[in-house]
Ligand binder design. Structure first.
Ligand code: GAR
Length: 325
């Protein structure tokens, strides 16, 4: 967490109503060590009481009523405020407007929502009544990534809330809110700091590396690595380093064509590349992963190139053919 707090993410929160989840997120952000700051609270509802809570804490607020505006015009006004705030993430906390598909695509993987059900159950409205009517033992809440399809993006975290005898939708809603207030700040903290979490970064590298033909894992000098070819005679094409040899970087090491290219890349983009201890001398370059704005398509290209540079000809030929389609 120490590393994450050095890189505080900026988040904006959209609300439509009482904003109790926004308040939970805001006060969590004011505790030492929070990996995010709230830079904007915005609403489509001028009467949303959460706006006053935010303003009292010195957070910038913005209101633009949706009434009398098309979805596109309203979304554009909200997005303008969002961009002006410098937010890197948009958190929906009881924002009862559906964002246009284009808006959601522009902010892909950067919009999160909380929904009062155990998704994939009970998307949409009336979730409490539906859970009670179904005779479920538990209701709950889910934090998920927002995609164009309603309440259908990847679920990041959930909390379960027991449904009691004689439960009403209102009584259940009250307890689900308590649970949401615990869940949301923690889920957001995890999400915005995962780019600094070695386990998350390793899982992503591993998933990319192992999609390459005949790739397998093998530790080398205490770090996980990836080889191509047989278990016996395979060759390394990538190494994962978590702050290895005193480096501050979490990185994947891949093979360049040699020292000229390696030094040229580091000089041109020192925020992206570095020369790793020991491996650097033989042309391995470090791609820094614990930094804002990692381009994962670029990381994937490097893994492919590095794989290709050591893979047996029979595999690269097959890959050439596959690439033509
Ligand atoms: C929350 O319970 C949240 O899960 C729900 O609105 C409430 C907002 O309360 N969101 C949805 O139903 C989204 N589909 P709040 O304004 O007090 O945070």
């Amino acid at each position: 967490m120490a590393e994450a707090s050095l890189h505080k993410a900026k988040v904006a929160i959209f609300i439509s109503g009482s904003g109790t989840n926004m308040a939970a997120l805001l006060y969590a952000s004011l505790i030492d060590g929070s990996p995010y700051d709230v830079v904007l609270v915005a609403s489509n509802n001028p009467d949303a009481s959460g706006l006053e809570i935010a303003a009292a804490e010195g957070i910038e607020t913005f209101v633009h009523s949706h009434k009398g505006h098309s979805r596109d015009v309203h979304d554009a006004a909200m997005e303008k405020a969002l961009l002006a705030s410098g937010a890197q993430y948009l958190i929906l906390a009881g924002y009862m407007r559906i964002l246009s598909d284009e808006f959601v695509r522009r902010w892909e993987s950067r919009i999160l929502n909380i929904h009062p059900s155990l998704l994939p159950k009970y998307k949409g409205l009336d979730t409490y009544a539906r859970a009670i009517a179904a005779g479920d033992s538990h209701a709950g809440a889910s934090v998920h990534v927002v995609t164009p399809e309603l309440d259908a993006g990847e679920v990041l975290a959930q909390v379960r809330v027991a449904i009691r005898a004689d439960e009403t939708p209102d009584s259940l809603a009250d307890r689900v809110k308590f649970a949401e207030h615990q869940l949301y700040p923690r889920a957001i903290a995890d999400y915005v700091s995962r780019g600094y979490n070695p386990d998350y970064l390793y899982d992503r590298i591993r998933a990319l590396a192992l999609t390459l033909p005949e790739a397998h894992c093998r530790d080398s000098h205490g770090s996980p690595g990836f080889r191509v070819g047989s278990e016996k005679s395979g060759k390394f094409f990538a190494h994962f380093n978590d702050q290895h040899h005193g480096s501050e970087h979490i990185a994947v090491l891949v093979k360049t064509s040699g020292m000229d290219e390696l030094l040229g890349l580091i000089e041109a983009q020192p925020e992206v590349y570095f020369k790793p201890a020991y491996y650097g001398a033989s042309g391995w370059i470090g791609l820094i992963l614990n930094r804002p704005g990692v381009d994962w398509a670029h990381v994937e290209q490097w893994l492919q190139r590095s794989w290709r540079s050591v893979a047996p000809a029979k595999l690269t030929k097959l890959q050439d053919i596959a690439d033509m389609f």
